[in-house]
Design a protein around this ligand. Structure first.
Ligand SMILES: [Zn+2]
Ligand SMILES: [Zn+2]
Length: 431
């Protein structure tokens, strides 16, 4: 890995073109801009020689096709689409903000293109994944945790399950590789493109081996720490995004969604746009048999770190001492065994409200009565959370009863800022 680590010292340059490049310009600056727009799917390739294009769009590809080295109408249209997708002012000119965005860390999958309309999806909802290699930045258990959390995030909102299995039969192969790694989409060294993933096909066609495969650029320095250290990238966040592609989602222009093309630091919770996307493909999760407890059932692990606690009807209000952490625990009534069969975990659900970022639900851990079955770490939720869900990728059997443990960080500020109302907690059980 010596060469790979050496690459980490390099940093990605923005598109090498002068700021202010505008329609009508020609030359190598335009070439550089067009290369970037082509790479991320805003400009199509010119049709093969012999086919006369009557307009700026080819028949099989709706993307505009530009004349090489000329800032023509197609280049302007592509640039405007990029600016809209990136949340920039849509100027059609290669301005300073656009130049800066072209050097921002991002996903290597194109933003627009024919994938949008392929309707790719898996024919099964029970998927298997395997690691081809692990990142040398982390130990295998950490890589497994990031990947399990990422799959669990999607599993909270659909009936999809994800189990680690043998590579020979796994749909989703996970790789950590550098540079040219044999799939025609070489990685670019540190920063820039962080990862990419292959969309599923369209049933009933049998999936090809590469479909669903997810590759991480090992020239990045991957971490599970939040906030990541300087120059480090949050593996869990990027894995959630890439698995969205491996399930059939494309990039979205919606600000705050996990499926945006650009990496903006840790974000380990789906946005409603992501939930709408995944449920449009696989359907939503239908509750089978949920058990709930009121927030008054909560157990406080470290009472000495609590400034105030009081029961209000069905919820418990807690004010944490400034700059402390604590754990809160719920035991969910669990049928465990029905008709001689153990129940299967569905998602766990929480209803709570905090006085703001000074009362932060950091981690949500799920237990089966004996071991931890899922860890949603650094989800960092605050404010009004009327219905959040935490899935479990591999949908295990419930061994003895469901426990939910909630790690909370209390910051500074007023007592109101450090207030948490635990309203209720629940878990669904599948037969
Ligand atoms: Zn992407
Ligand atoms: Zn690849």
């Amino acid at each position: 890995m010596a060469t790979a680590k050496a690459e980490k010292r390099t940093s990605r340059q923005s598109v090498n073109a002068k700021v202010g490049l505008a329609p009508g310009a020609t030359g190598t600056d335009v070439d550089a801009l067009q290369k970037y727009l082509k790479k991320f799917g805003y400009l199509g390739e010119a049709p093969p020689a012999g086919i006369v294009a009557h307009e700026s769009h080819s028949i099989i590809d709706s993307r505009p096709i530009a004349q090489a080295g000329k800032f023509d109408e197609s280049t302007e249209e592509a640039l405007r689409q990029f600016q809209a997708m990136a949340g920039l002012p849509v100027t059609g000119v290669f301005d300073a903000a656009t130049k800066a965005k072209t050097s921002a860390p991002r996903c290597g999958n194109p933003d627009v293109g024919s994938f949008v309309t392929t309707g790719g999806r898996w024919a099964t909802t029970d998927l298997t994944y395997a690691f081809s290699e692990f990142s040398p930045d982390l130990d295998p258990a950490q890589c497994r945790q990031a990947v399990h959390q990422a799959f669990s995030t999607w599993a909270g909102w659909t009936r999809l399950t994800f189990r680690e299995g043998p590579a020979a039969t796994a749909q989703i192969i996970i790789r950590f590789v550098t540079g040219d790694h044999g799939d025609g989409a070489p990685f670019d060294g540190a920063s820039g493109v962080l990862a990419h993933a292959f969309f599923p096909g369209t049933p009933p066609a049998a999936p090809t081996p590469i479909q669903g495969d997810t590759h991480f650029d090992e020239a990045e320095t991957w971490t599970l720490n939040v906030p990541p250290g300087a120059g480090q990238i949050d593996l869990t966040t990027v894995a959630i995004h890439e698995f969205g592609h491996a399930l059939g989602l494309n990039h979205t222009p919606v600000t705050g969604a996990v499926m945006q093309a650009f990496y903006g630091g840790p974000q380990r919770i789906l946005h409603s746009d992501d939930v709408n996307g995944i449920t449009s493909i696989y359907g939503g999760y239908n509750i089978a048999e949920a058990s709930w407890v009121h927030g008054t059932a909560i157990q406080i692990e470290l009472p000495e770190n609590i400034e105030f606690v009081r029961r209000f009807g069905f919820f418990t209000r807690i004010i944490g001492r400034p700059n402390t952490t604590n754990w809160f625990h719920f035991a969910i009534p669990t049928p465990v065994i029905v008709n001689n069969e153990r129940k299967t975990f569905g998602p766990c659900m929480l209803r709570f409200s905090t006085g703001g970022a000074s009362a932060l639900v950091r981690d949500v851990h799920l237990y089966d009565g004996e071991v931890r079955v899922a860890a949603h770490n650094n989800v960092n939720l605050s404010g009004s959370q009327p219905f959040t869900r935490f899935g479990i990728a591999h949908a295990p059997k419930v061994l003895w009863g469901v426990g939910i443990s909630i790690g909370v960080t209390f910051g500074g500020g007023t007592a109101a800022n450090r207030t948490m109302d635990f309203i209720s907690a629940g878990c669904d059980f599948q037969p």
